[in-house]
Design a protein around this ligand. Sequence first.
Ligand code: PEP
Length: 258
Amino acid sequence: RAPRVPLMAGNWKMNLNHQEAVVLVQKLAVTLSDKKHDFAKAEVAVIPPFTDLRSVQSVVSGDRLGIKYGAQDVSVHESGAYTGEISAGMLAKLGCSYVVVGHSERREYHAETDEVVNAKAKATIKGGMTPIVCVGEGLDVRKAGEQVTHCLAQVDGSLAGLTAEQVAALVIAYEPVWAIGTGEVATPEDAQEVCHAIRERVREVHGDASADAVRVLYGGSVKAGNIGGIMAKPDVDGALVGGASLQADEFGGICRFY
Ligand code: PEP
């Protein structure tokens, strides 16, 4: 993974108001500093709800090499009569580096298809930010042994029409749905199998440079205690972390996996 800097991204989901967000980011900054975290060894990003972004920005602004942040979703539209939607332009203006697109909770509860995820990834890139494109199989697919085929179809659909350069610069997160928020972590071998297959699909479609540059994360019940084994796998370039990212100490431990 030499040229790829790992990314640890904490998805807060629908948790923490703007005051609690300030407290958590401040604690995280202190924890990372106490642990002598080297941001060159792992990039750190928090992904708070939209309403916390401005507060998070106020804590970390001016520290561009330190904690980054992003959003959990984005509109496919640029502006206009789309009540309740948030555009990529608005997120970029708030200093977001990343946007999570196609999280399994959005796919499941908001019926987001690969086509929608693809449009959101394109909107994010157009806005000058980096999409974290989520894919992952449910338990039924895993039991049928179809996880690789399933995830590669999601990758194909979600990245359709992107250039080799755009794919090289983005982040793909493999998150088996059965491992999200369940405490049931995939084994490092499970994570490696699908992350490797994803990278090889990128190689097939976009060539070596994109495959060697694209970062592929694992997500699903990651904790400070299990991140080491997962990160030891050559095709895993970091983690998308849910529950554990709400605790500064635990998330700090994940960031300091090396
Ligand atoms: C997630 O929702 O992206 C996730 C990985 O959640 P958790 O870490 O809580 O399983």
